[in-house]
Design a protein around this ligand. Structure first.
Ligand code: BGC
Length: 532
C-alpha cells in the first residue's frame, strides 16, 4: 500500500472530470456552513439588535432569539426530508438547481429585505429549507458520480466546504459587525447569493448522474453522462461494463418490489438506515456544535477576550484538520478512521470535563489546558466523524431507496443539531428552575456519547472503501457482522443476479454467491484498493 491516492491501473478512462465535478458540487457545503455560521455574529450586532427589537425595547428578547436561531433548523429538517421526492422526481441535478436558485435565494431575499422580525424569520425558514435540500442532495450527487477508488475523498470534500463556509461567516461578520447601518446584517446575509449563484450556473453545465438516468430508464442519456464523467467513448468496453452493472443492479432491485418508504425499513436496508441515522445523530452528539455555537462564551471565561480570535482558532483548526481526514478515509478506510476519531474525541472530552470541573473557572492554567484539548477534539472530529458521516451515508443504500434513506439520515443530523442548539443553554447555565447548571460538566455528556460512538462503530459500521455502490449490496447480503466486513471481496456481477437458477427461479445475491462458492469460481480480480 503506497502513500499516494492513485488510480488503480485496471481502471480505464480519466478520473479528473469526475473528480473536478465532485469537488465543484462540494461547494454547496459552503452554503451549509456559511448559513449556519452567520447568525451567531448577526445576533451580536448592535445595529441589528436595535432595528429588530420589538415593543420599544433596545434589543430582542431571549425567546425571540431562540425562535430566530432555531427556525433555520426547522427549515433544514423539512428540507432534508423533501430532498428525496425532489431528487427522485426532478433529478439530482435539477433538484440542486431549484433548491439553490429558488428556495434558498427566496430565503436570502426575504432576510436581506427585512427590517423587522416576521420577514427575517420567514427568510431564515426558507434559507433553511434550501440548505436542508442541498445538504442531502450533494452527497447523493457526489457518490453517484465519483470513481469508487476516490469516492470517500470526494464526498469528504463536502465537509471541507462546510468548514470553509463556517470560517467565511466568521470573517464576514467580523468585517461588518461595527457598522451602524443596515449593511451590518445585509452584507453578511446577501453574500450568500454569490454561493448559490455559483452552484446554479455550475450545475447547469454539469451532467445528471448516470444512476438517476438509469432509474428513469433513460439508457442513452445515462451512457452519455457516464462518458462525460469517465472521458470514455459510449461504446468503450469498460464504460459498457460499468453501465450494465448499474442497470442490472437497478433491474434486480426493481424486480424485488416497488420502492416505497416502507422498503427503507426492511431487511439489510433497515439495518443500513439505522446505521446511517445513528451515525448522523451521534455525529451531532459528540458535541461539535456546542463548540461552534456556544464555544465563544466558554473560551472567554478562560481569559480570551476577543471573540473573533476565538472563532478564528476553532474554525482554522476545523478547516485544516479536514485535510488529513480526506486522505485517511481512503487509506485507513471508513471503519478504522471512525474508530480512531471516536477514541480521540472521547479522551479529549473527558479531559476537558475533568479539568473544567476540578479546577473551576478561576484557574487560568487549567482553563488553557482545557482549551488546548477542545482544539485537539476539533482535530479528531474534523479528520474523522465530520467528513466520514457524509461519506458513509452517501454510499450505504441501494439505488432504489438511496434518495429516501439519505434524506432521512440527513434529517436526523439536523434534528439533533436543532435539539442540541436548543437544549444547551438549559443544560449549561444556572437560570433557576429548569436549568441543569452543568457548566464544564457538560463535557462529560459529550464524552459519554463519544464513548458510545466507539461501540457503535465496532458493532455497525461496515467497511465500504473501494467498493462500487452496487457491491455494497453484496457486502450486506453476505456479511452479517460489521467487524468481519474488512475481509469482504466482491465476487459477483449484477448481470448474473436475476438470471434463472437450476430450479427455474431468479437468483438472488446470496444464490449467486452460494453457486460461486460451490463451484469454486470466485473472481479474485481487482479488489477495488480495499487492501488494508
Ligand atoms: C456537521 C455540522 C458541523 C460541522 C462542523 C458537519 O459535518 O454536520 O453540524 O457544524 O460539521 O464542521
Amino acid at each position: 500500500m503506497g502513500l499516494a491516492l492513485k488510480k488503480p491501473d485496471d481502471v480505464a478512462g480519466a478520473a479528473w472530470p469526475a473528480i473536478m465535478i465532485g469537488l465543484f458540487v462540494a461547494f454547496g457545503g459552503v452554503l451549509f456552513g456559511y448559513d449556519t455560521g452567520t447568525i451567531g455574529g448577526i445576533l451580536g450586532m448592535e445595529y441589528w439588535q436595535t432595528q429588530f427589537a420589538t415593543n420599544g425595547r433596545d434589543s430582542i428578547t431571549p425567546a425571540e432569539e431562540s425562535l430566530i436561531v432555531s427556525i433555520l433548523s426547522a427549515g433544514t429538517f423539512f428540507g432534508a426530508l423533501l430532498a428525496a421526492p425532489v431528487a427522485d422526481n426532478l433529478g439530482r441535478k435539477m433538484g440542486l438547481i431549484l433548491s439553490c436558485g429558488i428556495v434558498f435565494n427566496l430565503g436570502v431575499i426575504l432576510q436581506t429585505a427585512s427590517t423587522a422580525q416576521p420577514m427575517f424569520i420567514a427568510g431564515r425558514f426558507f434559507a433553511g429549507l434550501g440548505v436542508g435540500l442541498v445538504s442531502a442532495m450533494i452527497p447523493l450527487y457526489q457518490s453517484e458520480t465519483a470513481p469508487k477508488w476516490i469516492r470517500g475523498t470526494i464526498v469528504g470534500s463536502y465537509q471541507l466546504a462546510i468548514t470553509i463556509g463556517l470560517f467565511l461567516a466568521a470573517c464576514v461578520n467580523y468585517g461588518t459587525q461595527n457598522r451602524l447601518d443596515s449593511g451590518s446584517y445585509r452584507i453578511p446575509v446577501a453574500v450568500q447569493f454569490a454561493w448559490s449563484l455559483i452552484i446554479v450556473f455550475g450545475m447547469l453545465v454539469l451532467p445528471e448522474t448516470p444512476r438517476f438516468l438509469i432509474k428513469q430508464d433513460k439508457h442513452e442519456k445515462a451512457a452519455k453522462a457516464l462518458s462525460t464523467l469517465r472521458r470514455l467513448d459510449v461504446d468503450h468496453p469498460s464504460l459498457v461494463e460499468e453501465l450494465s452493472e448499474i442497470t442490472a443492479n437497478h433491474r434486480y432491485e426493481a424486480s424485488l418490489s416497488k420502492a416505497s418508504y416502507l422498503d427503507c425499513f426492511k431487511g439489510t436496508v433497515g439495518k443500513r438506515l439505522l446505521t446511517g441515522c445513528l451515525l448522523q445523530g451521534l455525529q451531532q452528539l459528540t458535541g461539535v456544535n456546542f463548540i461552534f455555537y456556544y464555544g465563544t462564551a466558554y473560551f472567554q471565561r478562560a481569559g480570551f477576550n476577543n471573540p473573533f480570535i476565538i472563532s478564528v482558532i476553532t474554525n482554522s483548526v476545523n478547516v485544516i484538520s479536514t485535510f488529513p481526514g480526506l486522505y485517511l478515509v481512503e487509506k485507513m478506510g471508513r471503519r478504522n478512521l471512525l474508530l480512531m476519531g471516536a477514541i480521540g474525541m472521547a479522551i479529549c472530552q473527558f479531559i476537558v470535563a475533568i479539568t473544567g470541573t476540578v479546577a473551576g473557572t478561576t484557574d487560568l492554567a487549567a482553563q488553557r489546558v482545557a482549551i488546548a484539548f477542545v482544539c485537539i477534539y476539533i482535530f479528531f472530529f474534523a479528520s474523522s466523524w465530520g467528513p466520514v458521516a457524509w461519506v458513509v451515508t452517501g454510499e450505504l443504500f441501494p439505488l432504489k431507496v438511496r434518495a429516501k434513506c439519505l434524506s432521512m439520515t440527513t434529517a436526523t443530523n439536523w434534528l439533533l443539531n436543532f435539539a442540541i442548539a436548543y437544549a444547551t443553554p438549559y443544560m449549561v447555565n444556572d437560570g433557576g428552575a429548569g436549568y441543569a447548571n452543568l457548566g464544564s460538566r457538560v463535557f462529560f455528556v459529550w464524552g459519554s456519547f463519544c464513548f458510545i460512538c466507539i461501540f457503535f462503530v465496532w458493532m455497525l459500521i461496515y467497511e465500504t472503501k473501494g467498493l462500487a455502490l452496487e457491491q455494497v449490496d453484496e457486502l450486506y447480503a453476505v456479511i452479517s457482522q460489521a467487524w468481519k466486513s474488512k475481509t469482504f471481496t466482491p465476487t459477483i456481477s449484477f448481470t448474473e443476479v436475476g438470471e434463472k437458477g437450476e430450479d427455474g427461479r431468479s437468483m438472488s445475491i446470496t444464490d449467486v454467491v452460494d453457486r460461486k462458492a460451490s463451484t469454486g469460481h470466485v473472481d479474485q480480480s481487482y479488489d477495488g484498493g480495499r487492501a488494508m
